[in-house]
Each structure stands twice: as C-alpha cells, then as structure tokens.
Design a protein around this ligand. Structure first.
Ligand code: IMP
Length: 431
C-alpha cells in the first residue's frame, strides 16, 4: 500500500488532524488537496497545541515532504504566518514544503466580497468562515482567478488584477460601500510574498507521480467533511471545494487508479458549524454537555459548534460517496458519562420513513430523526490505548457503526493527544 486518503465523514471537525498526525508518522509525503484557510486543524502534543489552517499537519514530523496541492486555495499572508509560527516553535519549513503553481490565490477583495455576500443574504446567510475561500473559488470557476504561477509574471498578474478589481469595485459601489481596490497597489503588496513563496513552488502533480512510482507512502489529508462538499453536501450550506475522497484526485492530479485506501474519520457524535440542516442537533442540555465535554468551539472562528447525535443515515451515505475501506472513530471518551446514547437510524419525513440521505436540502430540513437508544458505558475511556480496556458497551457502539456501513472500525481515539488511541485493526490503517 502506498497511498491513503483520510476523509471526514460528517460536517468537518471530526478530529481529523490528530488522526492525520498519527498516520503521518508512517508516511513519506503528506498532501493537502482541498479547502483553504477556512480549515482549522488542531493537534495536541504533550502540553503543546498546534493549529493549522493551510500547512499540512505532516510538518509536525521532521523529514516528511508536505505538499499543498492544486485543489487548495492559498492566502499567502496566512501561509507565512503559519510558517513563521512553526519556525518560532522550532519546526523549520524549508525544502520539505511544495506548493502547487496551480493553486489559486485569495486576494484582499475576496474577503470583502464574501462579507458583502453574507450580509446580503440576511437571515439566509451561510455563516461562512469569512476567509475569502468561496469568492476565490468563484473566480477560479469564472476563469478569472489568479494562480500562484501568475505571481511570477507581473504583466499577466496586473491584467488579471485590473479586470478583477474593476469588477469587484463595481459590486462594492453598487452595494453603497466605500471600499475600493487598486490593482497596482495589490501588485506591490504581493511582491515580497511572491519572493517568499518562490522556493516552495513546484509542479506538484508531477512530483507526486514520481513519489508514487518510487513506492513512497503518500497520505492525503482531507479538510472539512463529506457533508460540506460542494457536489455531495447539504448544498447551499456547504463549503466551495471537494472534501470527499474523489477530491484527492482532482485536487492533486493523482489519478483514482493510484489510490489504495480511503479511511473515513467519524466523530462518535455529530457537530456542525455554520448554517444548514442538522437533523440530529440537540438544542437541550445534552447538546450542551457534548459541547462542553468535547470542547466544541471552532478552531478557525472560535464559534460554538452545534452538537447532536450520531446520524447513521448520513454516515451510510458518506461511506458510499467516499468508498471508505476503514473507519476511525474519534472522541469516544466524550460519551463516557451517558446512560443511553441516541443514534439516528432513519428519518421521518412527514410520516414517511426515509433510510437514505435525501439529496435535496429542503427535504433534509424537514426530516425528523428516528432514534434508537444504545446503552452507554458510564466508565472513563479517556486516554485508553488497549482494546481490552474499552467497555463492552463501547465495543457494541462501534459494532453498530460497522454493521450500518459494512466497514470495519480500525482505530478509536480516546483523547486529544496523539498517543490516546486504540488500534483495533492495524492492517487496515497501515500505509
Ligand atoms: P466557507 O468554507 O468559509 O465558505 O464556509 C462554508 C460552510 O462551511 C460554513 O458553514 C462553515 O462553517 C463551514 N466550514 C468551512 N470550513 C470548515 C471546517 O474546517 N470545519 C467545519 N466547518 C467548516
């Protein structure tokens, strides 16, 4: 096995970063393939906490090659902020980082346009992270975006920026806002950033093909989650990129025939940040308990996450869309205190029982969860690393996930630290 995609099976925040960190120890190359600075990946090592938005989590492991592939949208200032922060903590980022020349670049006007678009939506706001990722991708699909490669050709860059700023300025003017953007000023602001990114820029799809040919172990680090995917998520309450496993191919240039495994990461309960339907959301005390015990606050925006129960209808869908070959369950210990744990086995849609995740968001919004209550274990699993120490009701909970998806749970995390994991099937998670 040489290539493995790690993908979130819910609405992001499944605790992927810690799991990527565990897998990265076995990998030679770690690749980010989608999203941008909207992602917030937190890893705790001992008493130290690291938060990543753009850098692959693999940078925590000296000697690994880290790739920001073409599917990622780059905010240059944010990237260098992270590189500097890593440097100040003793982790030097040098020739271990490759950035695709095809990545699209977030410009200052993207953040202003996003703020305006969100305010114009009023009550229907998507509650985005306001990192400018959506508008950067809109420009990509409008075929007017600025790619990393353009930064090195000032004539082309200026032309693109003139076209883009005149369009954005028109929108801002029509919206009655006074903010304006000047292409020449942006070019000047970009010069030092361009010089800084220069040594990292590479033909990353070619580099990845070469690594794979030479039998190097490549880990694809998913960002966000399946239900936020622009194609397969709860549109329009989604992000603008492709968190699903297929996104690893389009977002990196590595073909589907070269992907060996897809590991789905699933939180033992469910959370969502931002607007959109969430059938198993618990607005009562139990939801609050999950938020407090799970420390469910966004790593990018600090927003409290909406909390609720495991949704097996959505999980079966995510398993299918991603073609997962094994599952990692995170934050098991958060459920330790519960006597009973509701899990959603079907939806009630106006009296009709739905077993499949509906493709239409309006139908999903009217679905009520049908719960089965599984017995809790009322015993601490915090920090457990040995499968013999997992209570039998916790094993039954995992068994239920396996039964619903037909896929084995290979790893369980029982705390935020990289060593707080229980390996159940090592062969399914090895690279
Ligand atoms: P955007 O990606 O900033 O455009 O936000 C679109 C939706 O995706 C919003 O509901 C965000 O809260 C959500 N979102 C974006 N990135 C993440 C993430 O890393 N974790 C969880 N939710 C996210």
């Amino acid at each position: 096995m040489t290539t493995l995609v790690l993908v979130g099976l819910q609405w992001g925040d499944e605790g992927k970063a810690t799991i990527v960190d565990v897998f990265a120890a076995q990998a030679d190359v770690v690749v980010r393939y989608s999203g941008g600075a909207n992602a917030g990946h937190t890893v705790v090592i001992g008493t130290e906490k690291f938060v990543f938005h753009l850098l692959p989590v693999g940078v925590l492991h000296p000697g690994k090659i880290c790739v920001i592939a073409n599917g990622v949208v780059i905010d240059l200032e944010q990237l260098f902020k992270e590189i500097d922060e890593m440097g100040s903590r003793g982790l030097k980022i040098g020739d271990n980082l490759l950035v695709s020349s095809r990545c699209h670049v977030t410009m200052p006007y993207h953040k202003s346009i996003e703020k305006l678009a969100e305010s114009l939506r009023g009550k229907q706001a998507l509650e985005t992270t306001l990192r400018g990722v959506g508008p950067t991708i809109v420009d990509k699909f409008a075929r007017s975006g600025v790619m990393v490669a353009d930064l090195f050709h000032e004539r082309i860059l200026l032309d693109k920026l003139r076209r883009n700023t005149s369009e954005k300025n028109l929108i801002l003017e029509r919206a009655g806002l006074s903010e304006r953007f000047d292409a020449d000023v942006i070019v000047q602001q970009l010069r030092p950033l361009t010089e800084r990114i220069r040594p990292f820029v590479a033909n990353t799809s070619m580099a990845l093909a070469d690594y794979i040919d030479r039998g190097k172990k490549v880990l694809f680090e998913g960002a966000q989650g399946t239900l936020l995917d622009i194609e397969h998520g709860t549109y329009p309450f989604v992000t603008s990129s492709h968190p699903v496993s297929g996104g690893a191919c389009t977002g990196s240039g590595v073909p589907p025939t070269k992907i060996d495994r897809v590991v789905g990461v699933l939180k033992a309960y469910c959370t969502r940040v931002g607007a959109g339907p969430f059938p198993t959301e618990d607005l009562g005390d139990a939801g609050k308990l999950l938020r407090e015990r799970g420390k469910e606050f966004g790593a990018t925006t600090g927003r409290p996450r909406r909390c609720g129960w495991l949704d097996l209808v959505a999980l079966r869908y995510a398993a299918r869309i991603n073609g997962i070959t094994s599952i990692v369950v995170t934050k098991m210990d958060v459920l330790d205190v519960l006597e009973e744990i509701p899990v959603c086995i079907a939806y009630d849609y106006g009296g009709e029982r739905l077993m499949e995740f509906p493709p239409e968001v309006d139908v999903l919004a009217d679905c009520r969860p049908v719960y089965e209550r599984l017995a809790g274990w009322r015993q601490s699993t915090r920090g457990v690393t040995d499968r013999e120490q997992l209570p039998s009701n916790a094993m039954s909970y995992l068994g239920r996930i396996e039964k619903e998806t037909g896929v084995a749970v290979a790893l369980v995390s029982t705390g935020p630290r990289r060593d707080e994991t229980v390996v159940l099937q090592r062969d399914l998670i090895s690279l």
